[in-house]
Write a protein that binds this ligand. Structure first.
Ligand code: ADP
Ligand code: ADP
Length: 225
């Protein structure tokens, strides 16, 4: 279960205000997609939610608990990056095991979770391969698998398809939709792509210049009357 409340979230880098006060409620199991021009603060907001960067002002609550000072590893939130960020010297299995081991899970539990994730993402034949031996789509599935084995309540996905070609993009997009359906986590997803936003989102958040401009369902935002 994962309900998020963002209350007056601001972010300042040195003397530049990047987020000017973000207020948003995200419901349990909701799939929320952030859209908006490059540089408007989407990635920054995800990094604050993940705990990778400190919030300058405002509060972030997860299930009513204030998370501002909770370290990333204890938030129950996993992030998938555009660039995959896999460890090149580790094989697929080790890449997926790494974060799970850091959580202190024992070896049988790690193995069980990796087997589950590999099945869901069709990675079973690839477990012994190194990232360089994989296609872009396979790498991104490993990155998603690595997040999945932590069983997070919240998934953050920062333009996860933007490095893939068109055919792979629709494959991995379907994979993500299926994953959301199967595991029922709360998903927060950043994209430039209107098709992704329309097909994946329960709720679309339109950002511009560090502010939320509009919030609505795909129908409300994209269907002309
Ligand atoms: P988006 O994801 O919407 O493209 P970002 O969140 O990456 O936007 O960036 C928002 C703004 O914050 C940009 O102007 C960017 O240059 C600035 N920014 C991001 N990270 C830093 C940082 N570590 N230091 C200074 N400025 C940053
Ligand atoms: P050890 O604890 O002996 O170092 P690891 O669990 O780290 O063993 O696994 C070593 C390698 O064996 C991994 O890199 C992975 O390729 C492979 N491996 C281990 N367990 C499994 C598994 N359940 N399924 C597939 N491959 C596995």
């Amino acid at each position: 279960m994962a309900q998020l409340s963002l209350r007056g979230i601001k972010k300042r880098f040195k003397n530049t205000d990047v987020l000017h006060g973000i207020d948003l409620e995200i419901g349990d199991r909701e799939f929320v997609v952030f859209v908006g021009p490059s540089g408007c603060g989407k990635s920054t907001l995800l990094r604050l939610i993940a705990g990778l960067d400190p919030i300058s002002d405002g509060d972030f609550f997860l299930n009513g608990q204030k998370m501002n000072d909770v370290p990333p590893s204890r938030r129950g939130i996993a992030m998938v990056f555009q660039s995959y960020a896999l460890y090149p010297h580790m094989d697929v299995y080790e890449n997926m095991a790494f974060g799970a081991r850091l959580m202190g899970l024992d070896k049988p539990e790690v193995e069980k979770r990796i087997a589950e994730a590999a099945r869901m993402l069709r990675l079973e034949p690839l477990l012994q391969r190194k990232p360089r031996e994989l296609s872009g789509g396979q790498r991104q599935r490993v990155a998603i698998g690595r997040a999945l084995v932590r069983k997070p309540a919240v998934f953050l996905l920062d333009e996860p398809l933007s490095n893939l070609d068109a055919a792979l993009r629709s494959d991995v997009r379907l994979e993500i939709a299926r994953l959301h359906h199967d595991i029922g986590g709360t998903m927060i997803y950043v994209t430039h792509d209107q098709v992704e936003a329309m097909t994946l989102a329960d709720k679309i958040v339109v950002m511009n210049a560090g502010r939320i401009e509009q919030v609505g369902s795909p129908r409300e935002l994209y269907e002309t009357p």
